[in-house]
Design a protein around this ligand. Sequence first.
Ligand SMILES: C[S@@+](CC[C@H](N)C(=O)[O-])C[C@H]1O[C@@H](n2cnc3c(N)ncnc32)[C@H](O)[C@@H]1O
Length: 215
Amino acid sequence: MEYNKEMNASNILNVSNYIVKNPTQYKGKWNKFFNNNNPIHIELGMGRGNFIIGMAKAYPKINFIGIELNESQTAYAAGRLVGQNLPNLKMICMNANDLYLVFGKEVDTIYLTFSEPWPKKIDESKRFTHVNYLKTYDRIFKKNKHIIMKTDNKGLFAYSLESLSQYWYSFKRVSLDLHHEEEPIPNSNILTDFEANYQKEGNKPIYYVDAVYED
Ligand SMILES: C[S@@+](CC[C@H](N)C(=O)[O-])C[C@H]1O[C@@H](n2cnc3c(N)ncnc32)[C@H](O)[C@@H]1O
């Protein structure tokens, strides 16, 4: 069963076992919640969830949590999981601004996938790679910081490389054309919904960065 317009998003959010309803109660306890010591990876703005579902299937020894602000998108993602058994995947409908209320220092990797570019200067602080967000991520990363970003937006990408490097991240891998690299980039075959649609439009490049800050 897939979520469709006739179904009520909030009903799906209420009944799906993949949705965590009161996530703040698990702050600092997500490994206990998953009942293992596996790494925790989160995706911000997962949309309809294709990427995080694909990652959870590919990596059963990693715990994945998809974060999404929009109820309908979250419900669509959860609806895709009906009848599937993925104990390493959960989803939360929340604003990424509040990440620090939900996570202690326990996150290993953050994925930023086709995030809103917020091109106007006045909206700069809403970009997921704005320094305020980078400071929020500091509060939830376990030890080393690890951000993987992919986007079709050149402006957001350039901004993010600058913002990340000014915040002392270094880049393990950068691509100006993710899907046409001679040496394939890990997991580049696991597409987001936006990415899959974007690819259908033609041979447009997707920008990618794997950024780390290691103590
Ligand atoms: C362009 S869509 C990309 C969705 C998905 N990552 C993909 O590639 O298919 C951006 C998503 O980020 C979500 N979003 C925007 N701001 C957010 C915030 N502050 N917290 C959580 N999600 C947010 C939007 O609701 C939207 O679903």
